[in-house]
Design a protein around this ligand. Structure first.
Ligand code: ADP
Ligand code: MG
Ligand code: MG
Length: 337
């Protein structure tokens, strides 16, 4: 007899997503993502209608290198352990964790409207270097914090970064993360090949920070130019980066050093954090989200639409259930702005 493949296994599991303690506290509204790992849903907290994002992680898919024993010797995914432990303004916060027979249910804060940087970039924002610096320095801060705590994210890319209407960002998806140790080298890459460094694609072992710096370089390139710096593995291996358009000297120097072919000469995290392009003065209040990027009203102004306070107060909105309110918002098009 053959084991069910992952898709048929997934559909069998779908019925079990919400079962257990989770559904006593949260009500899912809509699926916002689905992958090999499980599902991501928008949901609300029953007590106050606070909107949250729940990631359902299929236990079946978790192999031992992604698990860790916590203080009471209970096994749990590193992803959940890390997100529960890390407290940083640019790392998504966890509100609750539940589990049932098949899934871990990871309840996270919903940051802004929940737009990821991939969506942001796809909408062709009016980027300039000051805005790019402001967005990117927050990503760098999050990763700096991780490295200081001997943690590697290993899947830094636009899809794993959430941006709100004030251009505040949060890093998500610690599903590939691991711990660094002195003298320990990794041989398997778990992230996305477009963001993988040439030496790791070539099969070399890696310590971690130098690989992460490359992924950050690719992310910065994509954020500023809306395309990948290298179109395929072959180009990545050559690592000849073309920096388009008229950009400032500091920016071009920084980007080239983040994407330096030789990891020994690549920019380090300390150099990045202190680089003049990263530390330049920026006044974020000069940037207006709906002017920079075409967006729906709730994306430009999420607190007006999605707030636990609005729903639980005696205001007009309190008569609308979150499900109804959500479908109204989904109906409005970009043209409504
Ligand atoms: P995977 O490990 O399958 O990539 P992610 O954790 O990256 O799963 O979640 C998939 C997608 O769901 C993300 O790219 C993002 O668009 C959305 N998402 C996940 N967590 C959140 C969150 N806390 N807030 C908003 N959107 C989220
Ligand atoms: Mg992801
Ligand atoms: Mg992941």
């Amino acid at each position: 007899s053959s084991r069910p493949n992952s898709l048929s296994l997934m559909s069998k599991c779908e019925d079990d997503l919400f079962s257990g303690e989770y559904s006593k506290h949260y009500t899912s509204i809509q699926q916002i993502g689905k992958g090999a790992y499980g599902y991501v849903n928008m949901a609300f907290r029953n007590t106050d209608r606070l909107l949250v994002v729940t990631k359902f992680i299929l236990k079946e898919k978790l192999c031992s290198q992604f698990m860790i024993k916590n203080h009471d010797c209970k096994e749990m995914p590193i992803e959940i352990h890390l997100l529960q432990t890390l407290k940083h303004k640019n790392i998504v916060a966890v509100l609750d964790v539940f589990e049932n027979e098949l899934f871990y249910q990871l309840v996270m804060e919903k940051h802004g409207s929940g737009m990821d940087l991939w969506t942001f970039i796809e909408r062709r924002p009016l980027m300039d270097e000051k805005l790019g610096s402001y967005i990117f320095r927050q990503i760098a801060d999050a990763v700096y914090h991780l490295h200081k705590n001997k943690i590697l994210h290993r899947d830094i890319k636009d899809e794993n970064i959430i941006i709100d209407h004030k251009f505040n960002i949060k890093l998500i998806d610690f599903g590939s993360a691991t711990f660094m140790e002195e003298g320990k080298y990794f041989s398997t890459f778990y992230g996305t090949t477009e963001y993988c460094s040439p030496e790791v694609l070539a099969g070399n072992k890696y310590a971690g920070p130098e690989l992460e710096m490359w992924s950050l370089g690719v992310t910065l390139y994509v954020l500023m130019f809306f395309e990948n710096p290298f179109i395929d593995v072959e180009e990545t291996l050559k690592a000849e980066v073309q920096i388009p358009n008229m950009v400032s000297e500091p920016f071009s120097v920084l980007l080239s050093s983040m994407l330096h072919k030789d990891p020994k000469f690549r920019c380090t995290m300390d150099q990045l954090i202190n680089h003049s392009w990263i530390t330049q003065e920026v006044n974020p209040s000069l940037f207006n989200f709906s002017w920079i990027v075409p967006c729906k009203p709730h994306e430009a102004n999420p607190e007006t639409y999605f707030s636990g306070h609005l729903y639980s107060s005696t205001s007009v909105l309190s008569t609308i259930s979150p499900q109804e309110s959500f479908s109204q918002i989904e109906d409005c098009s970009i043209a409504d702005c």
